[in-house]
Design a binder for this molecule. Structure first.
Ligand code: ZN
Ligand code: ZN
Length: 231
């Protein structure tokens, strides 16, 4: 469709500043694809991102596509900290084009509910959007799966994880999420036997997703996978 805004403000590559698109084909070629999948608990290599049988934690599988560096890192940061939310579509398209994982396909076939990692209300009103929510919306549409943000609330306005050392990150995220009032009212029945796919932009140590998954598992969710664009 003809887009007047694109004509007045032609998109600029959020990584190299070239006119044309938010994530140009040169930068797409340079973006590094992850060559292995890791266990969401011990962070060691595992086949197809499935948690090792003996490992603990609340996430059963993890999938990411890009290395969180250079081009992809730049784009994610521009979206998040400079509010270029228009760049999300291109990024997710490219993510989908490069996503290949047979175990994850099986998980998607179980019709999980997509749950974006919520932002704290203060951060949400400052930024005006939640990048995880935008990513999840595109994924839900593409996979024709339900999406919901009625389960989780971010109770703690946590510090930006990237600013913290590894040990501090876990402490920072501890009890960051609580079940929403709505879900407590209707009971956890709506989650019984349901699989959940948690969605975020980046996986760093995993403490954010583990904390979110903990709440959902306690509410009765069955299997939980995590998906992030980069790691
Ligand atoms: Zn570029
Ligand atoms: Zn493991």
């Amino acid at each position: 469709m003809f887009d007047l805004l694109d004509l007045l403000f032609p998109p600029v590559c959020l990584s190299c500043n070239k006119f044309g698109q938010f994530f140009c084909s040169d930068c797409q070629t340079k973006a590094e694809i992850l060559d292995e999948t890791i266990c969401p608990f011990c962070l060691q290599k595992t086949l197809n991102g499935v948690k090792h049988p003996k490992c603990k934690g609340y996430i059963d599988g993890l999938i990411s596509v890009f290395k969180y560096k250079k081009e992809v890192q730049k784009i994610i940061k521009e979206i998040k900290y400079r509010y270029y939310k228009a760049g999300v579509g291109k990024l997710v398209d490219f993510f989908l084009k490069n996503l290949r994982n047979s175990e994850f396909d099986k998980f998607l076939a179980s019709k999980p509910i997509l749950v974006p990692i919520p932002l704290h209300s203060k951060k949400m009103s400052a930024r005006g959007f939640n990048q995880a929510q935008l990513i999840a919306q595109i994924l839900a549409k593409s996979w024709q799966l339900p999406i919901s943000n009625k389960f989780l609330v971010r109770a703690k306005n946590t510090q930006v994880q990237a600013e913290l050392k590894k040990a501090q990150r876990q402490q920072n995220m501890k009890n960051a999420f609580i079940p929403s009032r709505e879900i407590l009212k209707i009971g956890s029945k709506s989650l019984q036997n349901k699989n959940i796919l948690l969605v975020d932009d980046v996986w760093t140590t995993g403490s954010t997703m583990q904390e979110a998954a903990k709440v959902l598992k306690k509410l009765a969710a069955k299997k939980i996978w995590g998906v992030t664009v980069a790691r």
